[in-house]
Design a protein around this ligand. Sequence first.
Ligand code: OSB
Ligand code: MG
Length: 368
Amino acid sequence: MKVEAVTLREIQMPLVHPFETSFERTTQRRILLVTVHCEGAEGWGECVAGEGPFYLEEWIDGAWSVSKQFLIPAILGKTLNAGSDFPALVAKVRGNRMAKAGLENALWDAEAKAKSLPLWKLLGGTRQQIVCGVSIGIQETPEKLLEKIETEVAAGYQRIKIKVKPGWDVKVLEKIRARWPSILLSVDANSAYGLDDFAHLKSFDSFKLLMMEQPLFNDDTYYHAKLQAQIATSICLDESIRQARDAEVALETGACRIINIKVGRVGGFSEAIKIHDVAQRHGVPVWCGGMLESGIGRVQNIALSTLANFTLPGDVSASARYWHEDIVEPAVEVSTHGRIPVSDAVDMGYQVKREFIEKITVRKETLR
Ligand code: OSB
Ligand code: MG
């Protein structure tokens, strides 16, 4: 697989509904797509860096810049055997995992095409269908949130996750549990709480949550371990797990009992698979997180979710929850039982809509 050229492009897509977390409100996505051109095989990747450095340190313009100046020059003109050769070639560059993942995943996609294998089989997946949940942002009123949950439960989603922050948590959870005493329910704080909040977080135990995602600092496992020892609810780490070594530390020290794997956050498929394997060895379940991806990232999340230890419903949901029109065809759909079937076709049954992508491209640069 000789890397002849790499194209970076930014597309812009308005969300169907604004998405609000404890750290920002997103109405329009700016998405960096990567295309690798390898002797006839073309691979696509999506960089999940957001519009600003608020979830983690990376953001789209930084990812573009580090890709152009450091990551792409490390692979241009080189012959790779596999997408998994990529991490060693860019090991010199610290961090910048979202930028790395955009490129690495594009290389895996090219490799899958060159080998005429669906990506999920190349990754080592085994599931013929994946189970889906939804992540619901902070709303203007609790009533609006209940309406949203009603819609998603009726659509068949198998787990509801709500975003929480101080002032938007216990009161809202009381209302949800009064209406749905036993749905699988979890919360995600995106690091909105601190060391003075342990008693408050312990009070969440009464809601019988499936998990509490990333309550504390985005770079921490130490205090999460202290918190986990004091509460019954399982902690799930998202932001804190950036590499397999972080997963080892978190599980050895009891900082969490569940891990959210986002391929973008951890630097690409190679590291995502390693984290999956670490968790599996510890008997700890994982699920696939989402970053408001377009169809390219979404289909790759489906592929990752077919690995054996993805036993909990992921944040991989239907395209129509995000986009008026997605960049793959057909759009990703979820069955009334909250499942996405996984196809054996080489393209997994989804085609990239090149013309539409060109139409929504605001900048593009090809490096050779
Ligand atoms: O923490 O899981 C998160 C979106 C942007 C940044 C961080 C997160 C999220 C989500 C959305 O929860 C999941 C989705 O794509 O639906
Ligand atoms: Mg999260």
